[in-house]
Design a protein around this ligand. Structure first.
Ligand code: ZN
Ligand code: ZN
Length: 411
């Protein structure tokens, strides 16, 4: 166990954030993850970090805050909060977030409080998130189990055993335990880049999604869009991996060009509440109807945060037969579930264009890049998902058949 923990921490530091000598590292973690945060700090110093700064929070205090604080505080953000994050972003610090979230942490909290908090925090930190999503600095998110989370994933096991099982699942998902994971990941980045290149070669104009769950959706890709895999380059020049695990190849849509219906294939933990059986209807790019069998009020609140929340910001392709989906575990955590399934996100887009360097933000917005305070991934992949690409010259190309990449996109 100790060896796997050390390997995992080193992987997050060396491949996830790819910490460079002399770089400042900011670690965000819950107090329950303190032991692991120390291990991360140790590996960051081993990699030559100038300073490791840690921001701890406590999930139970967060819940208490949402339940008991004066309602007015949800419209406020202390001045030091954006100052703190902006300062480290400007320094080009590497950001490492360790999550261990209870998927239903905020069960029973007034959705209005959550929405107001998301608006005030999202607004105060807009500059920071813009920098993060355009990769001004390297950042990575990884997870470790908490008892509350493990109990959701393995409800029939005693808590200690559930935590152990979740550790095993996480290690499998991030390829820890089979040789040097740093080497495994460097190889993986190369393989996934090849697949992204195969998608880019087609310059698809549209993608059509269909499955028996009821999805019948057409997506439009913007001019000069760039499919991207896990190895991304930060403004600081270092190649980093934003999510661990990751199995996705992603791009942004032209926000105006989404038409039809999409049905989610897994529950979504949204703002500490579960939303199930999501069904979204699009017209002219906009979500005009949202349905869910559970947690609809939380979904509606999120979609009402701003105009951009009702438009898509991400298209991600993940084979149904991915190493994570083959474990057959529903994680109730987007970081894992989205890498077991094709997904979309509503809200802010990651700017992914071939000619990024020569374009202003205004020019990218004109091409249909979405902006919003929110970015919410939801899973839509199924064993029978078919995705067909349409090219500029009117050809149709099979991209996904029976839930997996079709021939020509590698396996
Ligand atoms: Zn994604
Ligand atoms: Zn996303």
């Amino acid at each position: 166990m100790q060896q796997r923990l050390t390997d995992y921490a080193r992987l997050i530091v060396e491949v996830g954030a790819n910490v460079q000598a002399g770089q400042t590292v900011l670690v965000a973690a819950s107090v329950d993850s303190a032991c692991f945060a120390r291990l991360i700090a140790e590996k960051a110093y081993d990699a030559g970090a100038r300073e490791v700064v840690t921001r701890f929070y406590d999930e139970q205090l967060k819940r208490m805050h949402f339940l008991r604080a004066d309602a007015a505080v949800f419209d406020e953000v202390a001045r030091w909060v954006p100052e703190f994050y902006n300062e480290y972003a400007e320094k080009g610090a590497a950001l490492i977030s360790i999550t261990a979230a209870d998927p239903e942490l905020l069960l029973g909290v007034d959705p209005d409080r959550i929405q107001r908090s998301n608006i005030s925090t999202g607004t105060a930190l807009k500059g920071f998130y813009d920098k993060q999503m355009s990769n001004a600095f390297p950042w990575t998110i990884a997870a470790i189990p908490s008892e509350a989370w493990a109990k959701k994933v393995f409800p029939d096991l005693p808590p200690a055993e559930a935590v152990e099982r979740l550790w095993d699942a996480i290690f499998t998902a991030v390829h820890v335990g089979a040789g040097d994971p740093v080497v495994v990941w460097r190889e993986k980045i190369k393989t996934m880049d090849t697949r992204a290149a195969a998608l880019n070669a087609h310059r698809f104009q549209k993608l059509r999604y269909k499955n028996s769950l009821g999805t019948d959706l057409t997506l439009t890709l913007p001019e000069e869009h760039l499919w991207t895999a896990c190895g991304e380059e930060a403004g600081t020049g270092q190649v980093f991996v934003a999510n661990m695990p990751t199995e996705e190849i992603f791009v942004l849509p032209d926000k105006r060009g989404t038409e039809g219906v999409v049905c989610a294939s897994m529950p979504l933990s949204l703002n500490g509440n579960l939303v199930e059986d999501i069904k979204l209807t699009f017209e002219g790019g906009k979500i005009v109807k949202a349905e869910a069998s559970k947690g609809l009020e939380h979904l509606e609140k999120e979609l009402d945060i701003d105009e951009g929340a009702r438009y898509l910001g991400e298209i991600a392709l993940v084979p149904y037969r991915s190493p994570i989906s083959e474990m057959g575990i529903l994680f109730y955590n987007t970081l894992f579930d989205e890498n077991a399934s094709c997904h979309l996100a509503f809200g802010k887009a990651y700017p992914k264009f071939r000619d990024m360097a020569e374009r202003t933000e205004e020019e990218l917005l004109v091409r249909g890049m979405n902006d919003s305070l929110v970015h919410v991934d939801f899973m839509i992949g199924t064993a029978d998902l078919e995705i067909t690409g349409m090219t500029e010259d009117g050809r149709e190309v099979a991209v996904f058949r029976d839930g997996n990449f079709a021939e020509g996109f590698g396996v």
